[in-house]
Design a protein around this ligand. Structure first.
Ligand code: CA
Ligand code: CA
Length: 107
């Protein structure tokens, strides 16, 4: 299903990508990041700029709805705790936007 969807998108965007492939790929990445950032801010219920474990779960679920990164797999396997620990690099039991971006950069 995912392959089929990707193929259809590729066909639909073929002429655009042929003209300006690199810029379009970059824009798609920027789009994903701005959606993820909006989800991050929406999930940050207490507005302290970082996600605790329950806020993080809301963040992952919002990202899964948008098919971002590995959010769907995390949701399917309920691997929120493991994902949280992996992202929380400084171990302060909260995930900052910088930590989310650092993890994405490493993928
Ligand atoms: Ca918070
Ligand atoms: Ca942290």
């Amino acid at each position: 299903m995912k392959l089929l969807k990707s193929s259809l998108v590729a066909i639909a965007l073929g002429s655009v990508l042929a003209l300006n492939g690199a810029a379009s790929a970059q824009e798609a990445a920027d789009d994903h990041r701005s959606v993820a950032e909006a989800n991050f801010q929406a999930a940050d219920a207490d507005g302290n700029g970082a996600l605790d474990r329950s806020e993080f779960k809301a963040f992952i679920n919002a990202n899964a709805e948008k098919d971002l990164g590995r959010a769907k797999q995390i949701r399917r396997f309920k691997a929120y705790g493991r994902a949280f620990s992996r992202l929380d690099e400084d171990g302060n039991n909260s995930v900052s936007w910088a930590e989310v971006q650092a993890a994405q950069a490493g993928e």
